[in-house]
Design a protein around this ligand. Structure first.
Ligand code: AMP
Ligand code: GLY
Length: 425
């Protein structure tokens, strides 16, 4: 069948590579895609916010399956509109994508179905929120309810910090996303990501990962979309994974179904592993970026087959096969990221990096400029390697990074440090 993939980042390059490898995939189109996805299929300049244009494209190109990468089109209801037009599409409906689109929605669901998460309150009035913070104490966490591109969470260690976050959010600093805030208890522990593939009724584990959100080595500096990741996350032992399925994922699926908004798609749980067990920090309604770049290279199963099974409600008959290898990805970003960056600098050395065994260089923010590849965003490349252990994958990934000739870029030098320290015991 012909497949259309929506998105343009490193996650979509990884998805495009795995989708195109499936015997079920005839032609793959990516809208809008990037120079990396064009190695796996045909990029098309579609305006994905124009749902009718996407539907028309699917009809003309006889697309049998649409896979949506990022959250914005999910929250905008693209899957609903495609489904209504009789086109199979992977990802949650608009109503189900509220698990990512609204933090207040998710916290209320957790409260209703007894899902472990930080205690919370919701506020639309800044003064009431501040009075609550004063009575509660610090540390405390202030979150914008809506999608805020990674800028909507402030872990406040002082009243001043909490209050200025409340003023900024409710005052419109994040647009409508901050009109309501969720204020929640600070959770102490190590973070890990757990992915589940869901078909509305059944969920199966879809791998684990850990990422590095801070821009500088040693987890210092401002938050970013993620500077690197690795999979699996050994801290999520088989016992803990079973507990996450039982206490967090399955009650969520039951709750969503009982509300008449069954969840189909990837459910990405950001977890805090506290001394009282795993607690949900947040849900995402999609695969992670850059986590996908370390999950999919480890998946031996046919991606198209399993995503179709999820759409068709048939996951109870699917069991996934994973490589024994570990994967690690290093994000190469343009200097200045996560602040303003310059676009247009040339990147060389792809061939040398990819000539190494078990190395894949995913394009995240690049552009084709004649016969050159140039930087076109903040996070630009995801240099990924597979290895026997995380340490082995880390060594290979950094060897590949050294082959990339891009003076205007930088990366963290310590991706995977927690897992490598754990492997060394
Ligand atoms: P989120 O966008 O909800 O994943 O939050 C971004 C980051 O803020 C998380 O990855 C955590 O590092 C931190 N965070 C969010 N909520 C809490 C919490 N309740 N306690 C401690 N840290 C948190
Ligand atoms: N890497 C974090 C995310 O995809 O949300």
């Amino acid at each position: 069948m012909n497949i259309l993939l929506i998105g343009s980042g490193g996650r979509e390059h990884a998805l495009a590579r795995s989708l195109s490898a499936s015997p079920l995939c005839s032609k793959l189109f990516i809208a809008p895609g990037n120079p990396g996805t064009s190695q796996a299929g045909t990029n098309v300049a579609l305006d994905v916010t124009d749902h009718q244009a996407v539907i028309d494209f699917c009809r003309v190109m006889a697309i049998g399956f649409v896979v949506v990468g990022p959250e914005a089109p999910l929250v905008a209801g693209l899957v609903d509109d495609l489904t209504a037009a009789g086109i199979k599409a992977f990802g949650p409906s608009k109503a189900a994508a509220q698990l990512e689109g609204s933090k207040a929605f998710t916290k209320d669901l957790c409260a209703e179905f007894n899902i472990p998460t930080a205690a919370y309150r919701r506020f639309t009035d800044a003064e009431t929120a501040k009075t609550y913070v004063r009575s509660y104490g610090v540390p405390i966490v202030v979150k914008a309810d809506g999608l805020a591109a990674g800028k909507g969470v402030v872990v406040a260690t002082s009243f001043e910090e909490a209050e200025s976050a409340i003023d900024m959010m409710i005052g419109g600093g994040l647009g409508t996303a901050g009109a309501e805030v969720v204020i929640e208890a600070f959770l102490d522990g190590e973070e890990a990501s757990f992915f589940a593939l869901c078909d509305g009724t059944h969920a199966i584990p879809f791998g684990t990962a850990q990422d590095h959100k801070r821009v500088f080595d040693g987890d210092e500096g401002p938050n970013t979309g993620g500077m690197g990741a690795y999979s699996p996350a050994a801290i999520l032992t088989p016992d803990l994974q079973a507990r996450v399925m039982r206490e967090i994922i399955e009650p969520t699926l039951k709750g969503m179904a009982s509300r008449g908004t069954p969840y189909k798609g990837i459910l990405y749980a950001g977890l805090m592993l506290t001394k009282d067990g795993p607690q949900l920090i947040e849900y995402n309604a999609r695969l992670g970026d850059p986590e996908t770049q370390v999950l999919l290279p480890r998946l031996n199963s046919d991606l198209v087959e399993v995503l179709l099974a999820a759409v068709e409600g048939k996951l109870n008959s699917v069991s996934l096969s994973w490589s024994d290898k570990a994967a690690l990805t290093v994000v190469m970003a343009a200097k200045g990221y996560p602040g303003t960056v310059e676009k247009g600098s040339e990147i060389r050395g792809f061939d040398k990096a990819e000539a190494l065994d078990d190395v894949i260089v995913f394009h995240a923010g690049t552009k084709q400029d004649g016969d050159k590849i140039v930087a076109n965003g903040g996070r630009v490349l995801n240099v990924t390697a597979l290895g026997r252990t995380i340490a082995d994958a880390q060594a290979k990934a950094y060897e590949a990074v050294s082959k990339i000739d891009w003076p205007e870029g930088f990366c963290r030098r310590d991706i995977g440090w927690r897992a490598v320290a754990r492997e060394r015991g």
